[in-house]
Unconditional design. Structure first.
Ligand SMILES: NC(=O)c1ccc[n+]([C@@H]2O[C@H](COP(=O)([O-])OP(=O)(O)OC[C@H]3O[C@@H](n4cnc5c(N)ncnc54)[C@H](OP(=O)(O)O)[C@@H]3O)[C@@H](O)[C@H]2O)c1
Length: 222
């Protein structure tokens, strides 16, 4: 059984992914604060009341997630992502996969704006620079609405995955495919991760201005 961990798992996306991944994996929902992680796990137990959740979902500190898990998903806001990785850098076991779900989005007034670095580097690229080389970094899930996943509503969405190695893509794609209705699509190297990180602002603004609930990304082909 693969150990999957959520860094910042107490939030909306981390909790939603933890719920789905616990169907097949031992899942560690991480937080900076163990009591907060326990409380989030308790909420999922009581709201979902599933045997697999009770059996497979555990609370942990982010540092333990970084050390113990084979596949990690980073689900913290972009403003806190780089500092979080710097703080955890020494904790990684190595030979792991870290999926950054971080979207480059910031709220300004009543609009969502792309949060960009002057260097042009994506969050996933900057995250990679802050953790050991033996941790393979991918970007995925930026365009998947957490509330739809958590409510287990039917979803049909494409999930671009950016990462440097094909074998890492296959690993991430297999995890994405376990969530019914999500189709992983290979975007290319991690250098392209900014393309998908920027899409979230577009989806949120379109949703807000046009009263579309939880818009997502889908590539029809004709
Ligand atoms: N929500 C969505 O629908 C969605 C969809 C796609 C992608 N995303 C991306 O996924 C990430 C998480 O989104 P979210 O909506 O789940 O975020 P969120 O609920 O706002 O925050 C997630 C967690 O981040 C941790 N956190 C907050 N401030 C922090 C800090 N200063 N340092 C370290 N950790 C901190 C908190 O965990 P602890 O306090 O427990 O440590 C919090 O529960 C974001 O980058 C977002 O852009 C979200």
């Amino acid at each position: 059984m693969t150990r999957v961990g959520l860094i910042g798992g107490t939030g909306d996306l981390g909790s939603a992914l933890a719920l789905h991944f616990s169907k097949k994996h031992e899942v560690f929902l991480g937080s900076r604060n163990l009591d907060k992680a326990k409380s989030a796990v308790g909420d999922i137990y009581s709201e979902k009341n599933r045997d697999y959740v009770k059996q497979n979902l555990k609370a942990a500190e982010n540092a333990a997630v970084a050390k113990e898990c084979d596949i990690l998903v980073l689900t913290v806001p972009c403003e806190n992502a780089l500092e979080t990785m710097e703080n955890l850098s020494a904790k990684f076991r190595g030979d792991q996969v870290l999926i950054s779900a971080v979207a480059a989005v910031t709220k300004k007034g009543d609009e969502f704006r792309v949060n960009e670095d002057a260097s042009g580097s994506s969050f996933a690229q900057r995250i990679k620079q802050r953790i050991p080389d033996s941790v393979n970094v991918a970007a995925a899930f930026q365009t998947v609405p957490a509330n739809v996943l958590y409510r287990e509503k039917e979803i049909s969405a494409d999930v671009p995955v950016a990462t440097d190695k094909l074998e890492v893509y296959e690993n991430v794609a297999s995890l994405v495919s376990e969530i019914s209705g999500l189709r992983p699509l290979y975007l290319g190297s991690l250098d392209l991760s900014g393309e998908v990180e920027r899409l979230t602002a577009l989806l949120l603004n379109i949703g807000k201005r046009n009263d579309l609930k939880s818009p997502t990304l889908k590539f029809p082909s004709f």
